[in-house]
Design a binder for this molecule. Structure first.
Ligand SMILES: Nc1nc2c(c(=O)[nH]1)N[C@H]1C(S)=C(S)[C@@H](COP(=O)(O)O)O[C@H]1N2
Ligand SMILES: [Mo]
Length: 334
């Protein structure tokens, strides 16, 4: 099912994952206002709304928020999947700059300094520019989108992210005709990132997308989650979320976005090319050389009798992104 959005002209996929806009209409400017220091006032308004809404709730620190989970008419088409608890989403992380153990980023990322912050947009664009985080927050209205994130290691989460389609930013900078790829460079600061001395990966952590993938409305420039600004361990103050690809494509703490003609080298591909391809689309039929990708463990469901879930092609977003790969051999282009 598709819903036509009134204000940005996009047809937004509404099959399951994107929060019904009406429900969140009042919340969209939250993070923008946070940037101006008005967060308290806005959150208070939300709390009142939430009390009225009486819909399902999800956990986030210190407060409850309405989740459009099918209890109200407007939200009937929303996903019925349970959201991952905020606690799990913010304490079980991959962010190797802060350590390789899943618990390390939450313990260590307090040293990350997220203000001031700028993101440089450069390369093959008509309007290269250096954006402050405040500029980026103002560039387009944020929306909350519930997306699955499937890590290449075999676990997944369901997270309400806050941001807007990366395409909004890309349209502003006007890519040139020869721009075919987008490279994402993340912060590499040895003073605040304790594991930059380790040689598991080359720093800075870099990722990349084909331009049409970057333009797909699902690709989210992300500033928050669970109605809050991103915690440092989740990639504050701004990260990518590319929900149909393995989690490592969703680069955290972005500082540079570069438009290129050639496929950019990426951190995991440089570390182990035969294991981590450029595309890395979630695909149950293409195994990692060392393990199967057919099933996954949903974080929060890991009791003794918890069943593994079947992994879905393109992480369940085939209707929205399948056409990007028409005619491509997904086993070769893994
Ligand atoms: N800069 C940077 N971004 C990164 C990583 C990293 O180590 N450094 N890890 C990636 C991996 S492997 C995954 S699975 C996701 C995890 O995101 P989460 O911790 O918010 O679940 O972030 C990705 N982005
Ligand atoms: Mo990952």
């Amino acid at each position: 099912m598709l819903i036509k959005s009134s204000d940005d002209g996009f047809i937004h996929p509404f099959s399951s994952e994107i929060t019904a806009r009406a429900t969140y209409e009042g919340r969209r400017d939250m993070l923008r206002l946070m940037a101006c220091g008005a967060a308290g006032a806005v959150l208070a308004t939300w709390a009142a709304r939430d009390a009225l809404a009486q819909t399902a709730t999800y956990q986030r620190p210190g407060k409850l928020a309405a989740l459009a989970a099918g209890k109200s008419g407007v939200a009937g088409a929303m996903t019925m999947e349970k959201l991952t608890d905020y606690k799990d989403a913010s304490t079980y992380n991959n962010f190797y700059e802060f350590g390789t153990d899943k618990a390390d980023p939450a313990k260590n990322a307090h040293t990350l300094k997220t203000t001031p912050w700028t993101v440089e947009v450069e390369g093959l664009v008509r309007k290269p520019a250096k954006y402050t985080i405040e500029d980026l927050l103002k560039l387009s209205a944020q929306e909350e989108r519930i997306y699955r994130l499937r890590c290449v290691e075999g676990w997944s989460m369901v997270i309400p992210w806050v941001g807007y389609s990366l395409s909004e930013l890309i349209k502003r900078v006007e890519p040139l005709g020869n721009a075919k790829f987008v490279e994402f460079v993340t912060l590499a600061d040895p003073k605040t990132m304790p594991f930059l001395g380790s040689r598991v990966l080359e720093w800075p952590y870099v990722e990349g997308l084909r331009l049409d993938e970057a333009m797909n409305p699902l690709t989210l420039l992300t500033f928050g989650m669970y109605g809050e600004v991103l915690p440092n361990q989740s990639g504050a103050p701004v990260r990518l979320v590319v929900p149909w690809k393995y989690g490592f494509k969703s680069a955290k703490s972005l500082v540079k976005i570069r438009f290129t003609e050639k496929e950019p080298p990426t951190a995991w591909n440089k570390a182990a090319a035969q294991e981590y391809g450029f595309y890395s689309n979630v695909n149950p039929n293409v195994d990692h050389p060392r393990w199967s990708q057919a099933t996954e463990r949903r974080i929060g469901e890991d009791g003794l009798f918890a069943k593994k879930r079947k992994t879905l092609l393109f992480n369940g977003y085939e209707a929205q992104v399948g056409q990007l790969y028409a005619g491509m051999d997904l086993k070769k282009n893994f």
